[in-house]
Design a protein. Sequence first.
Length: 149
Amino acid sequence: MSIKEILFKACETFVNERLQNVKQTISSNQKALQSETKSSAGDKHETGRAMLQLEMEKASQQLAGIVNMKTTLTKIDVYKTSKKVCLGSIVKTANINYFIAISAGKLRVLNEDYYAVSVSSPIGKLFLGKEERDTVSFNGKYIEIDDIF
């Protein structure tokens, strides 16, 4: 299995774990909301319901973000190579390696660290369309692209 395939699988795992957590949150909030309905009336009851509604909205937004991540992952072809940075590219620099996919943070593969970043993240936007030996400026530092695959 290639590094790109391993990174892709790690991103899928990241998304699936987040999906499970959000589904559990939604389920427990729905149960709590149903038990709140059976509870006593009054200000305390209304406050509890309002808090649960806010939690449900937050979980729904997280769910929408996860769906977007899943959609992004379906667009990645791990066997595709390009001379320019695009969705699915691995970008190697002197200090940090990036996987342009979804924002999944630091992933460790074959004793090397890679940062999975979204194309819509600040660094992802800078890298898009760049080629080997191109330089980008990020947070006051210049980053040269050593390799793309």
